[in-house]
Design a protein around this ligand. Sequence first.
Ligand code: FAD
Length: 318
Amino acid sequence: METIEADVVIVGGGPAGCSCALYSSRADLKTVILDKNPAVGALAITHQIANYPGVPTDISGEDLLNLMRDQCIQYGTDYRRAQVFGVDVNGDWKTVYTPEGTFKGRALVLASGAMGRPASFKGEAEFLGRGVSYCATCDGAFYKGREVAVVGVNKEAIEEAQVLTKFASIVHWITSSDPKQEDVHAQTLINEPNVRHWSRTRLLQIEGADAGVTGITVKNRIQEDKQLLPVEGVFVYMAGSKPITDFLGDQIALKEDGGVVVDDFMSTTSEGVWAIGDIRNTPFKQAVVAASDGCIAAMAIDRFLNSRKSIRVDWVHS
Ligand SMILES: Cc1cc2nc3c(=O)[nH]c(=O)nc-3n(C[C@H](O)[C@H](O)[C@H](O)COP(=O)(O)OP(=O)(O)OC[C@H]3O[C@@H](n4cnc5c(N)ncnc54)[C@H](O)[C@@H]3O)c2cc1C
């Protein structure tokens, strides 16, 4: 099987991986991206992305990702479809194993993203992008003056519901248990004038039509009857999104929440290995944040491989 050597080997071709490759290729570093499948990452499945600076607000995540991929390929990145199943980070050359061949890099970048939980509510998968969302920061503004529901009782659900109170006419907060009395953020949320809290209530089904979500059916634990709430947006925050790190074994330090530990330069605890984007389990999972991580890592790699004391900026042209 073929063995390919490169300066930089990047695992994952999402916004983090593509932005890193753009910068490293432009810095004249031989760069390979190994991407399992360009259609399954978080950006690829985003129906509409209205908050990526400088691109039309009605662009789909897939189209934006295609632009990013084409741009780094244009500057010399070798993009390959390959699923990484193992790495060896010992020594100066990092080895990456795929069924298509073995890749050796002087720098290894981990950019495989995070895996969302599989859609489990009736209607959730069907209406994803047509009313079902996992990101109020991304999609909240689409629901100005409309009724929405937030499902979940964790910290993320509370923060995102708070974001939605700025836009929606009513935020129905559905929690299967009672939030803790001492949770100040939960109590603040409940006291917002446009929040209706449905405690000890389960989401049974997301209802909709061709144009998207029209409501949700919920049931309180002690009441007999189900109820239909006329919402146009449903924001689901159940536990389950996990950084994709299974191919690392125990070679790289992870945080308690499963994200890879990095420093300010996106460098992991293993010299010569960087981690960028959702694999870090960043508190703000956004395409622009992932792209920024990629830029930082690439500039740090350039310095590392060329033993520069200072970072060489990309925008100085002779
Ligand atoms: C439904 C949804 C809507 C969103 N909406 C927005 C929005 O409107 N605005 C916004 O800014 N952000 C949005 N986000 C968040 C944003 O998409 C992510 O923060 C961003 O895509 C993370 O980039 P990434 O490169 O780290 O990971 P990803 O985009 O997930 O890319 C990871 C890549 O790695 C590949 N990969 C995984 N495992 C392997 C492996 N073993 N070997 C090789 N390749 C592998 C995958 O195939 C994928 O191509 C949304 C996310 C979701 C899920």
